[in-house]
Write a protein that binds this ligand. Structure first.
Ligand SMILES: Cc1cc2nc3c(=O)[nH]c(=O)nc-3n(C[C@H](O)[C@H](O)[C@H](O)COP(=O)(O)OP(=O)(O)OC[C@H]3O[C@@H](n4cnc5c(N)ncnc54)[C@H](O)[C@@H]3O)c2cc1C
Length: 326
């Protein structure tokens, strides 16, 4: 059966986020032989429409307004609801990002449908679309299928592979004028605390430090390794609480959820609240001087040792490898 599916694309700093392409791939699985429509909301987002089509959207609808330059749930829900009213889809997909997590329940409540949030995989079983999502902080997985009404899901970044970009693909791009009114929140300025470079929640490699890193300067070792591997730096709450780094780096139950190809945890004990944010990473390497540390239970590779010796060694070896590859 074919469905018409709306997929919200997300742009940041002039670029579409990867999760937008992953969401298109998810949308296509839900659509079957139906139609996947990309939706772009922002101040001047039309320039990204073609790229969404190249990644699999059949067509794209844009809603542009100066009041949509920064995300607010009020303004974005007005814009998305207008597209929804016009298109009357049978499926909706958002990324399970800060934006998607905020907007999706609001839209689901407005239209009175359930929401499958934080799906990490979508499969087809006996002709039904089945979502797989982690529960109990990643200790178990549940399978869900939606048998009635609109299929509405958010997908965890870095889990569903995007389709290959096809630059020859083309599709219709249209725009909808939406009067954005009665805003309760106006964003005057956005001050980003995150470090430059790779976005932590989309990084393929994450080097995370814990209280064992002992100081803000200790994080330089992590930054150096991240630089060589083209990765992002993250942290445990222990490190954030100790003021070694900013809370925007926190990974875990009350921080960011990451699923990189490689997660290196240095000086992190492996509390359940930390594991909730990283245990689905594809390969986990733990560096800890305590051989009994809980982090070793989820690690694929464990290095029992002093991180102040191990991290510089790793950086040096990867630098040598990088020189060979380049
Ligand atoms: C409601 C709630 C929500 C929470 N949310 C989160 C969350 O989102 N994310 C999160 O991370 N935590 C969270 N926590 C906190 C969590 O319970 C732990 O306290 C925290 O993760 C511990 O951080 P840590 O592993 O860096 O520190 P510690 O537990 O102090 O571990 C430090 C580790 O470093 C090792 N070490 C020390 N020196 C070295 C060295 N030189 N070389 C190698 N290893 C060394 C030690 O052996 C130890 O294992 C939450 C707690 C609560 C109650």
């Amino acid at each position: 059966m074919g469905r018409k599916v709306l997929v919200l694309g997300e742009a940041r700093e002039g670029q579409l986020r990867n999760v937008s392409f992953e969401a298109i791939a998810a949308g296509k699985k839900i659509a079957g032989d139906g139609e996947t429509i990309g939706v772009l909301i922002g101040e001047s987002v039309g320039k990204h429409a073609e790229e969404l089509i190249q990644y699999g959207a059949d067509r794209v609808i844009t809603v542009e307004d100066v009041q949509l330059a920064q995300y607010t749930s009020d303004a974005y829900s007005q814009a998305f609801m207008a597209v929804l009213d016009e298109e009357k889809p049978e499926g909706i997909v958002f990324g399970h990002t800060a934006l998607g997590k905020d907007l999706s329940p609001k839209i689901a409540a407005k239209i009175g449908v359930g929401l499958v949030s934080d799906a990490t995989s979508i499969e087809e079983e006996a002709g039904e679309v089945v979502f797989i999502r982690p529960i109990y902080s990643g200790k178990a997985f549940e399978k869900l299928s939606v048998r009635d009404g609109i299929v509405f899901a958010t997908i965890r970044p870095n889990n569903i592979a995007p389709l290959e970009q096809d630059k020859a693909r083309s599709g219709e791009v249209s725009s909808i004028e939406v009067p954005i009114t009665n805003l309760r929140t106006i964003i005057k300025e956005v001050v980003r605390k995150t470090s430059k470079g790779v976005d932590l929640s989309e990084a393929k490699v994450v080097i995370a430090g814990g209280r064992g890193v002992k100081s803000e300067e200790g994080f330089d070792l992590l930054n150096e390794l991240a630089e060589v591997l083209g990765g992002a730096v993250g942290a445990s709450r222990g490190a954030c609480d100790a003021d070694y780094c900013n809370y925007s780096l926190q990974i875990g139950q009350t921080g960011k959820v990451v699923t990189p190809d490689l997660y290196i945890a240095a000086g992190i004990s492996g509390a359940i609240q930390h594991l909730a944010g990283m245990s689905n990473s594809k390969v986990i390497v733990a560096i800890n001087k305590d051989p009994e540390a809980n982090i070793f239970k989820v690690a694929d590779y464990g290095i029992v040792g002093d991180l102040f010796e191990v991290l510089p060694m790793l950086t040096e070896e990867f630098e040598k490898l990088r020189a060979v590859v380049n």
